[in-house]
Design a protein. Structure first.
Length: 317
């Protein structure tokens, strides 16, 4: 329902549905709790202000007026801040755009539409993340989900990786993972603080690897591979990826990558998962595709000896 055409003496010539940040829903004029105060908001356009039009990434942002039926002094400021920070980040990323790289990246990540790639090279995204993590505004960015561009998701993953507080890092990782929709964003996430919290992290890995979401599973297996195949290795950890059953290519490829890496670091405990008498032992047998892909990737590794590679080839199914 459109607001009254005459509110406090202000004549509202036309009400129009516009893009707005996700802290309230203009389409339904939903309630918004802001600083523990209940408030309602309407967005409308004054004909007199139609000369002030800004186009950002295909979205027309027209000078708007906010009317709060219950006063909240921070509402308009929050709206302006949220809009500005989004524009600032996208502007910064577009300054670093390489269209040829965008086309190249789109081919490597076929599950993402080509128009979602800005084309910022990874070293430049890392540089932006290093700079932006020092700006308090980054907190607003990582809460502003979903993002429009692949490059924003890459930046988000790198920002989460820089969080130094373990509990907060886990919270932000869990918040972000449901929005991860490709292998590159998944694999760029590598929180530094995880290595200092191995006991707690193992609990999260078990949770992630039993998820129904492709890239949450992939991320969990990658964290297991990154943190538990060296000094903190236990043979029982191999059962975690071995127990995963999925039809998703990017999950199965990660399992194969995990076991190929495990062969290079923990050969004796890992090779039994590929040996043909697996049915006689109390361990999980790898699916045929994962089994053969593990052997292929291990044979491509310089960390596996020639003798080991020769033996692995005899184990193909």
């Amino acid at each position: 329902m459109c607001p009254d055409p005459d509110y406090n003496g202000i004549r509202l010539a036309k009400w129009k549905r516009l893009w707005v940040p996700d802290f309230f829903d203009a389409a339904t004029q939903s309630q918004h709790i802001c600083n523990n105060e209940r408030c309602f908001a309407f967005i409308f356009v004054m004909k007199a202000n139609l000369s002030s039009v800004l186009c950002v990434d295909g979205v027309f942002l027209i000078s708007i007026f906010l009317v709060e039926l219950k006063y909240n002094s921070n509402f308009a400021a929050n709206f302006k801040s949220k809009t500005n920070h989004k524009m600032n980040i996208q502007t910064r990323l577009f300054e670093l755009q390489d269209k040829e790289y965008a086309a190249f990246q789109a081919k490597l990540t076929p599950t993402i539409p080509a128009d979602r790639f800005i084309g910022v090279r990874v070293p430049n995204v890392r540089k932006v993340a290093k700079e932006y993590i020092k700006d308090p505004e980054h907190e607003q960015f990582i809460h502003d989900l979903p993002h429009q561009y692949y490059d924003e998701n890459m930046l988000h993953g790198l920002l989460v990786s820089e969080i130094k507080d373990y509990k907060k890092c886990i919270e932000e990782t869990d918040r972000f993972l449901p929005f991860v929709d490709n292998w590159a964003v998944c694999d760029i996430m590598s929180p530094k603080v995880f290595k200092k919290h191995k006991t707690e992290l193992m609990e999260k890995i078990r949770e992630w690897t039993t998820s129904e979401k492709t890239y949450t599973i992939r991320f969990g297996i990658e964290m297991l591979m990154s943190h538990y195949l060296d000094d903190d290795f236990k043979a029982e950890y191999l059962e975690i990826p071995a127990a995963v059953r999925s039809e998703e290519y990017y999950v199965n490829m990660m399992i194969a990558w995990f076991f190929a890496t495990a062969l290079a670091k923990q050969w004796d405990e890992t090779i039994v998962y590929l040996q043909n008498d697996v049915e006689t032992r109390l361990i999980a047998s790898l699916p045929t595709w994962v089994h053969n892909k593990t052997i292929q990737k291990a044979c491509e590794s310089y960390r596996i000896s020639d003798g080991q590679k020769e033996y692995l080839r005899t184990l193909k199914r």
